[in-house]
Design a protein around this ligand. Structure first.
Ligand code: PMV
Length: 359
């Protein structure tokens, strides 16, 4: 793992551009609470998504100026807030990528989902940025002996930007954090789950119901921090590590009844941790609860194994097997759309991971 922290030898980097498209992910097993430098307090596991993507092109040019020169454009529009965030992130990475100090940057980023709808774009955004930095290293320093090394470093870098982003570097099911019995798992980066995975999980659907698109009042950063003083946190970390073992056996057995129980319990526990923090807070909205109740009724009536997950926000991820797609979409249209903001639903599914842009 030396390459992660060792300085690259000095080398002139000419002007150029690199680009990557990277997906968002939805955690089945939640990461909430962290230690030291973005290390998770418990292991997590997610589905990488297929349609919710960020596309980032980084143009770079040699600069001799003393001032850090980085411009950030979101959907073609100059964005000072992101420019500042990414500048801070880049400066913190100078030990890993010394070429950052030799270059100026113009970054163009766009999401395939409207950024105003309240879907977390940090996982797709940070993983795309991490990939572009590793791409510059690969192109001019030729340091990676394999694709595996390339993606592992990209995941490590993405983690430093936003913890959950480190799971967006691979398709399918991705874990982050040490898991007993899984040797490839690490706190430092995400890993593709290598396991006997039942085919149903390779085509799982995720319809994202946008309940509220206003900016949330409590940042994830603050939420994680509050876990340090939450009296229930140690029990929660213990529970998460148990749940991950249960989920791993479900993924191999295909027991969807058990899958539903674990995934919904994880989503509600995440929000329970918010409600038991000091200060306490609630990110769910009344319509979030209305949707949950409708899902429970629909599941009881039809026995279709549809379940919900939640991020740190009010929006619902409706997860279901591909074979139930028609019935679930009919259910969404007739029963759930009325609880969403402007009938906004994004039909997504398990995806195959990031792609390099040919520029
Ligand atoms: O990656 P962060 O720091 O934005 O944390 C997000 C954590 C959750 O989305 C709530 C859960 C998860 O594991 O993705």
């Amino acid at each position: 793992m030396n390459y992660l922290n060792s300085k690259l030898n000095f080398k002139e980097v000419p002007s150029g551009k690199v680009g990557w498209r990277s997906p968002s992910n939805i955690a089945l097993l939640k990461y909430w609470g962290k230690k030291a430098v973005q290390l998770p307090s418990n292991a997590s596991l997610s589905f990488t998504l297929q349609e919710s993507l960020t596309e980032t092109v980084v143009k770079f040019f040699p600069t001799s100026g003393k001032n850090f020169n980085l411009k950030f454009y979101l959907d073609g529009i100059h964005n000072d807030i992101f420019a500042e965030k990414i500048s801070t992130f880049f400066k913190a990475l100078v030990d890993i990528f010394p070429f950052i100090n030799q270059l100026g940057f113009k970054i163009h980023s766009k999401n395939t989902f409207p950024h105003s709808v309240g879907i977390a774009s940090s996982a797709s955004g940070m993983s795309a940025i991490a990939l572009t930095l590793c791409e510059i290293e690969r192109k001019y320093f030729n340091t990676f002996s394999s694709n595996d090394e390339f993606f592992q470093k990209a995941s490590y870098i993405a983690r430093l930007g936003s913890g959950s982003a480190c799971r967006s570097l691979y398709g399918g099911l991705v874990s982050w954090g040490e898991i007993e019995g899984i040797e490839s798992s690490s706190n430092l980066y995400g890993s593709k789950l290598i396991l006997n995975i039942k085919p149903v999980f390779e085509t799982y659907q995720d319809s994202i119901l946008i309940v509220d698109s206003t900016q949330k009042k409590v940042s994830s950063r603050f939420g994680h921090e509050l876990m340090n003083s939450n009296p229930l946190s140690n029990k929660r970390f213990e529970q998460a590590n148990n749940n991950i073992q249960r989920l791993l056996s479900v993924i191999s057995s295909g027991d969807l009844v058990e899958f539903v129980k674990i995934v919904e319990s994880e989503a509600l526990t995440l929000h329970a941790m918010m409600m038991t923090s000091n200060p306490y807070f609630i990110l769910m909205k009344p319509n979030t609860i209305s949707i949950i109740n409708s899902i429970w009724e629909f599941r009881e009536e039809t026995e279709i194994p549809v379940c919900f997950s939640l991020d740190a926000g009010p929006n619902i991820h409706l997860l279901y097997p591909h074979e139930n797609k028609d019935q679930v979409i009919a259910f969404i249209n007739s029963e759930l759309l009325k609880f969403t903001n402007n009938n906004t639903v994004i039909h997504d599914k398990v995806g195959s991971g990031p792609e390099k842009l040919e520029l």
